[in-house]
Design a protein around this ligand. Structure first.
Ligand code: ATP
Length: 428
């Protein structure tokens, strides 16, 4: 039986859907083994209803017998009911139970989960699939959580084309709401010992610990990476008492939200990979955000791209772009602007500055007056044209990304892209 759960927590009251999964891993043990790791699936990061990272969870448990199945469903629904922050108007839990998945249902589920990661769905889209295939489900309040619950269950049923891991540790219940005690030095050490098998544990350039959240939720810290890396890293970290820890398989760090497209086809709320030529020089606006425009030479359509203030040192790369540079940008569309997550610089245009020409005697000529060219003071030689001197570009071609502290959960870090045909410059 595959169990999908979503939308149980609240920005103000805390909670966490992954914690419900973590508790269920323990409570469901007596009914059967898990067929795979618990899944933590990140959906479209642009959904306005999300609490934090638009995550949903699913468990795939091997149980025999209908009576056991009924009991499992009861345990799950009791846990969701008791842990969900139902008084928050934005918390609308959804739970689905998948048993058999015939092939036509699988392909519909596959397309539903892809749309949940890349597009914007209606609650009715989930309800329609649930009705067509008679899927057992429970939507609390308006049932919006059915979207994420069905998507996460669908991924468990169909398999994930690419995955990473996150080991999440949880706090003792009495500690929730107090400042987290996690030794920053041990987190740095964990990162040094395990990077690049782990990533986004710390942000070295911006001197920040990234793996420890700050809200009222029960998560103590989460380590992302490959399976052996996250286990090794967790062993290095000294902290307050851990209540439980769960290793999730996840689509974090996979870029599953990105769609290849062209500038004229983009729509708000989706995330894209777009090719273009820089058509306006980067400018820093109020708040420290850096904006430039790219244009598609084929259609002539242009779009603004932004490296926002929280992307910190990534903005220094963006500021060095010049009109004529060929780039590929990755990020989501909002208010007609691409919010940059990554950029590939494919070609740097040659830049020149003009200088007064050098005379045959070796001295630099002086201006002879407006529109009158240049003249050498010593030997009186004249020239009408200035010298064009190439400017050395200090940027290299290749991929650049926002730093770990500004990374979206689902975005693929460049440390996972090394060894491809283009150089990568991982943010660290
Ligand atoms: P956390 O990660 O902390 O558990 P969250 O950030 O995942 O919280 P939720 O509380 O789950 O946020 O709220 C997100 C809501 O958006 C859920 O109801 C989910 O079903 C819904 N949702 C997810 N993806 C989409 C989508 N593509 N289109 C429309 N709604 C979506």
């Amino acid at each position: 039986m595959i169990i999908g759960i979503d939308d149980t927590d609240s920005r103000s009251d805390g909670g966490c859907t992954t914690y419900i999964a973590a508790v269920l891993v323990e409570k469901l043990q007596k009914y059967g083994d898990l067929a795979d790791y618990p899944l933590l699936i990140r959906l479209n990061p642009n959904i306005r209803y999300k609490t934090r990272g638009n995550g949903a969870v699913s468990l795939n448990i091997e149980i025999d017998g209908a009576s056991e199945a009924d009991e499992v469903k009861e345990v799950v629904l009791d846990e969701v009911r008791s842990q969900s922050k139902l008084s928050d108007e934005n918390t609308n839990p959804g739970v689905v139970f998948l048993d058999d998945t015939p092939s036509d249902m699988r392909s519909d589920l596959e397309s539903f989960s892809r749309r949940a990661m890349q597009d914007i769905l209606w609650i009715q889209d989930a309800k329609d699939l649930i009705n067509i295939y008679g899927i057992d489900s429970c939507g609390f309040k308006n049932g919006r959580g059915l979207i994420g619950a069905l998507a996460a269950a669908a991924v468990a049923s169909n398999g994930i084309p690419d995955h990473t891991f996150e080991l999440i540790t949880y706090r003792m219940p009495a500690q929730i709401g107090t400042p987290r005690e996690v030794d920053a030095g041990s987190v740095m050490e964990a990162d040094m010992q395990t990077y690049p098998r782990t990533w986004d544990t710390v942000d070295i350039a911006n001197k920040a610990v990234v793996c420890v959240p700050h809200g009222r939720d029960p998560v103590l810290f989460g380590i992302r990476g490959e399976v052996d890396g996250v286990i090794d890293a967790t062993d290095h970290i000294r902290s307050e008492q851990v209540e439980r820890a769960v290793l999730f398989k996840t689509n974090q760090g996979t870029d599953m939200h990105l769609m290849r497209s062209t500038i004229d086809q983009t729509r708000g709320g989706r995330s894209y990979i777009l090719r273009g030529v820089v058509s306006s020089a980067p400018r820093t606006i109020h708040g420290g955000h850096v904006i430039f425009e790219i244009t598609d030479p084929q259609s002539g359509s242009g779009i603004d791209c932004a490296a926002f203030e929280p992307t910190k040192n990534f903005r220094d790369i963006i500021r060095q772009l010049a009109v004529g540079d060929r780039v590929v940008v990755c990020g989501s569309m909002d208010d007609g602007t691409v919010h940059l997550e990554k950029i590939k610089i494919e070609h740097l245009t040659a830049l020149y500055e003009t200088r007064n020409p050098v005379c045959t005697c070796g001295r630099r000529m002086k201006s002879a007056g407006t529109g009158q060219g240049y003249r050498c003071k010593r030997c009186r030689t004249a020239s009408l044209v200035p010298d064009r001197v190439p400017i050395k570009r200090i940027l290299d071609c290749g991929w650049y990304e926002v730093p770990p502290s500004a990374r979206r959960h689902i975005a693929k870090p460049l440390v996972r892209c090394a060894g491809g045909s283009h150089p990568v410059h991982p943010g660290r």
